[in-house]
Design a protein around this ligand. Structure first.
Ligand SMILES: [Zn+2]
Length: 612
């Protein structure tokens, strides 16, 4: 039967009505729903919103360390890792360590270079492991007699006389999200034990290239477990690797994470920066200003649309060297409005970088011979006046916005500047400086934490467009340790030979795209957050108190310092997750799960495999 067709004008009217309704919806809900902008999914909390306390867990881990430099480095790294994982532990210097220190513990971590210092206590320690406990050897000990005598316990069948030269990393398993690609080591040296292992060792990481030296492996010893971390790099960029080694010890391991990915654009919007334009002129035949609009921003903007990145731009009002007196308003606002509004329309956010690019440091601040062109501020009052002007400028241009994030110019800030921000600029809730310590020693490096004055530290882990293997190693490490990605770029990275300008924008952008694609593939579940949403996420992470109780095949988690949600990674080494109450989970890689707690009580059932 033929359907009766509606008159054409009625069809048109229907379409018009539908469009009108859609338009009305868009107007009424505003940008917030469309882009997630205003009604942030992870809002910044006020004091007192994170409530509840839990009875602390007993320390189940003992960290045994030696006072030589490597032993101390191991202690420093492992203390940071365990405390941020909220795993209570006791420390013992190797000279003071006694067998009785193992009472009530499940895990021992050895940060000891010369195992002979343990004497007969080494045998006791290994006996204790055989009884059903776990041991992490945090870094390769000296290749000496005592170590040789117990090496078979670690699954080592033979050992070369010299250390192995580790030029790259190759994962033989799905241990960490995004680990499928080999990474080269930038300054390789003879760093790891050159070992051959027993067949019963399970290798997770080995050196890339011809030598395939095992770098992280696990082996059963009696009823217990040994994980040997032969990686040797005891620095912040590798914390996720040592964290991963630790999480392989027991049946399972659950620890709080941030779950956030944030991309910052420094000096954006800003006046057109100065720089060497020879590469731009050569490749594009245009000046810097036009290049930014027609190539750089177009590409960076399209990338954000494709991968739902919501950039956080950091405003510079004026590239002057003024550090005293009046701070005149920049009247040339067309670029600020054009770029700023485009970024905001896509659900992005703006924060403060500076009235100008002079770091907030007083006259007595020592740049130790670096940053010759930088001037120190004549007084804290001058810093305050400049920031007040920047705030007025930003609020005038973007009257509906709030500005919660501050990024210190060149990642440098003094104690005076920091105090000024916390005391006189309550709108600023987060400082986003560097995560990894910089060699230059004047940079401000941070952890993901909240300081006593309530200021949230949301450091940036990696930067720029070159994205070499060291940066990619750090990114991989943090994607595991904290489930976090933070990256910053500057438009003028394209003008600076130290930051790869000579490669040309096409290659630099290819590298950025490659990184974003990697991240998206490694962990599609990670939340794309703006700088202030990450601030809210770090608040929830930092305040969290965790009490884990494991009985049989069930993990009960009680949370203090909780408001509305908390995130965890759960590694299950034996079994699969079953029913979850008080939250939910998704699988990230083989045996690793991202867990959301929606209530302060969370229960996860584990289905162990038969015979476990
Ligand atoms: Zn900058």
């Amino acid at each position: 039967m033929k359907r009766k067709r509606k008159p054409r004008f009625l069809q048109l009217l229907e379409i018009l009505v539908i469009y009108a309704l859609m338009f009305a919806v868009v107007l009424s809900v505003g940008r917030s729903v469309l882009y997630g902008g205003k009604n942030s999914t992870v809002r910044i909390l006020e004091e007192g919103e994170l409530t509840g306390t839990v009875v602390p867990e007993n320390a189940g881990t003992i960290l045994i360390w030696d006072k030589d430099s490597t032993g101390k480095e191991g202690r420093r790294e492992m203390s940071a890792i365990l405390s941020q994982m909220r795993i209570p532990y006791k420390e013992k210097k190797v000279s003071d360590f006694a067998e009785s220190d193992l009472d009530g513990k499940k895990i021992a971590v050895l940060s000891v270079t010369d195992l002979s210092t343990l004497g007969s206590r080494l045998t006791s320690l290994l006996d204790w492991v055989m009884e059903g406990h776990s041991l992490l050897v945090l870094y390769p000990p000296y290749n000496e007699e005592t170590f040789m005598s117990v090496a078979p316990h670690f699954g080592i069948t033979s050992m070369g006389n010299s250390l192995a030269y580790v030029e790259g990393l190759h994962f033989t398993s799905d241990l960490m999200p995004g680990c499928s690609r080999d990474l080269s080591i930038s300054d390789p040296y003879r760093s790891s034990l050159d070992v051959t292992l027993d067949d019963d060792c399970e290798v997770f990481l080995e050196s890339a290239g011809s030598s395939d030296t095992p770098l992280i492996w696990r082996r059963a010893l009696g009823s217990g477990t040994i994980v040997f971390d032969n990686l040797s790099f005891l620095e912040k960029a590798y914390r996720g690797f040592h964290c991963a080694a630790y999480t392989l010890l027991e049946n399972d391991c659950i620890w709080p994470v941030i779950n956030g990915s944030t991309f910052y654009i420094d000096d954006f919007p800003s006046p057109v920066p100065e720089g060497d334009s020879q590469f731009i002129q050569h490749d594009y035949g245009m000046d810097i200003k036009d290049f930014y609009t027609h190539h750089w921003w177009k590409d960076v903007y399209n990338l954000s649309k494709k991968y739902n990145i919501r950039y956080t731009g950091l405003v510079i009002e004026d590239y002057s060297a003024r550090v005293e007196g009046e701070f005149p308003r920049n009247k040339d606002v067309q670029r600020f409005q054009y770029f700023g509004n485009m970024l905001l329309r896509e659900g992005g956010e703006l924060g403060f970088h500076g009235y100008n690019h002079m770091p907030l440091v007083p006259e007595n601040f020592d740049y130790i011979g670096q940053y010759d062109s930088y001037r120190q501020w004549v007084s804290v009052d001058a810093m305050r006046d400049a920031l007040t002007e920047l705030s007025g400028f930003c609020h005038e241009l973007f009257p509906d916005e709030e500005f919660h994030v501050y990024v210190p110019p060149s990642n440098i800030i003094s104690w005076e500047g920091r105090t000024l921000l916390a005391r006189d600029f309550p709108e600023i809730r987060a400082i986003a400086s560097l995560y990894l310590p910089d060699d230059n020693d004047v940079s401000y490096d941070q952890d993901f934490t909240v300081t006593e004055d309530g200021m949230v530290q949301t450091p940036r882990i990696i930067s720029g467009y070159v994205l070499d293997d060291y940066m990619r190693t750090a990114a991989l490490s943090e994607l595991y340790f904290h489930c976090v990605n933070t990256h910053f770029q500057h438009p003028d990275d394209t003008l600076d030979t130290d930051r790869g300008a000579a490669m040309g924008w096409e290659e630099l952008f290819r590298r950025l795209t490659d990184y974003v694609e990697w991240l998206n593939k490694a962990l599609p579940q990670i939340r794309n957050l703006t700088g202030s949403e990450l601030t809210g996420a770090v608040q929830r992470y930092d305040a969290l108190q965790v009490r884990r109780e494991e009985t049989g095949n069930r993990i009960d988690i009680s949370l203090g310092g909780f408001c509305d949600e908390a995130w965890f990674y759960l590694r299950i080494n034996k079994g699969k997750p079953g029913h979850v109450t008080g939250g939910s989970l998704t699988e990230v890689t083989d045996g690793l799960y991202l867990v959301k707690a929606a209530q302060p009580k969370l229960t996860i059932n584990i289905n162990r495999w038969p015979g476990q």
